[in-house]
Design a protein around this ligand. Structure first.
Ligand code: A3P
Length: 317
């Protein structure tokens, strides 16, 4: 059956079965246009390619999973809604950051119904894990702004390895997971290609893509919150700066505040077909936690691979 006369539910599923596939300890990954995906997300990405219509003022928050999506969502929401709430009764103290900004490739229903994002007031803030080259075309045609955040690949790997247990009950053998990560075989991977696509575009179009690093933001959160606010079209006024509003946003969106507000081990976030404990999005929130989970030798191996892949790009971790 051709893509044109298939129902939204079957969109792409026939094609997926014909793609290169790799078995993993959890579930197979499929290689589509140079990136690996779990079937449940690839179906949605294909659906978005066909149906998503960007608006010129949409803002896209793009991340590789486990690189700071939750933090970036919280900051973006807090910055753009700061005139509506004060910190004492802020929605982020009761609603999970994953719930206030949708991740389109995780949440689009397989019947293609986009109501969940069509009803959002402008400017819409939409998150995605999609690589730049797979974003629906209308995002670049409309010239939408994109914020990208990435992270030291060693910490990204460790964070992701822990998170696996949320989906699959238990964490796979760390050595197996690590070797696949080093091969580039992971959902939304290769990791370095995901970063590089956004990095290269941010160098050419710095007014369109804001490229952030988790480590730099952790070091100077207030500075980066101001940068983010300006990029989102909501710069802090001098008065707000004098009143400490940027610091207040940083505090509200800190790991400590948000993990405290989402500490319940039983409450879940329902995102499309994905149901995850709220607390799972807050593990340690530290830079360099990889030292507690992988050996120096593994770290060197990954560093060497990444260095080679990024050579000449200007991007360093
Ligand atoms: P760790 O597993 O290293 O602790 P994502 O939101 O993309 O899924 O990324 C999750 C990672 O970001 C986890 O890293 C998580 O603890 C960390 N994180 C979540 N909220 C954060 C915050 N407010 N500030 C800093 N890091 C945060």
């Amino acid at each position: 059956r051709s893509a044109t006369n298939s129902s939204p539910e079957s969109h792409g599923t026939d094609l997926i079965s014909k793609l290169p596939m790799r078995e993993t300890p959890s579930e197979p990954l499929f290689l589509y246009k140079n990136f690996w995906f779990r079937r449940i997300f690839l179906e949605r990405i294909m659906l978005l390619e066909a149906t998503f219509k960007a608006r010129h003022d949409d803002i896209i928050l793009a991340t590789n999973p486990k690189c700071g999506t939750t933090w970036l969502k919280a900051l973006s929401f807090a910055i753009t809604n700061r005139s509506h709430y004060d910190s004492g009764n802020h929605p982020l103290l009761t609603r999970h950051p994953q719930e206030v900004i949708p991740t389109i490739d995780v949440e689009i229903p397989l019947n293609g119904d986009l109501t969940f994002i069509e009803k959002l007031p402008p400017p819409r803030i939409l998150a995605t894990h999609m690589p730049l080259s797979l974003l629906p075309e209308s995002i670049s045609i409309q010239g939408c702004r994109i914020v990208y955040i990435c992270r030291d690949p060693k910490d990204a790997f460790v964070s992701r390895w822990h998170f696996m247990s949320e989906f699959f009950g238990e964490k796979p053998d760390i050595n197996v997971g690590f070797n696949m990560f080093c091969e580039g075989v992971l959902g939304y991977g290769p990791y370095w290609d995901h970063c590089l696509e956004y990095w290269r575009e941010s160098v050419i179009k710095s007014d369109r893509i804001l490229f952030l690093k988790y480590e730099e933001m952790m070091l100077e959160p207030v500075k980066f919150v101001k940068v983010l606010a300006s990029f989102l079209g909501a710069p802090f006024t001098g008065e707000e700066e004098d009143a400490g509003v940027p610091e207040e946003v940083v505090r509200l969106c800190s790991f400590k505040t948000l993990s405290g507000a989402n500490s319940s081990q039983t409450e879940v976030v329902q995102r499309g077909s994905v149901v995850v404990k709220k607390s799972a999005y807050f593990r340690r929130g530290k830079v360099g936690d990889w030292v507690n989970h992988i050996s120096e030798e593994m770290a060197r191996k990954l560093d060497d691979i990444v260095q080679e892949k990024l050579k000449g790009s200007g991007l360093v971790f």
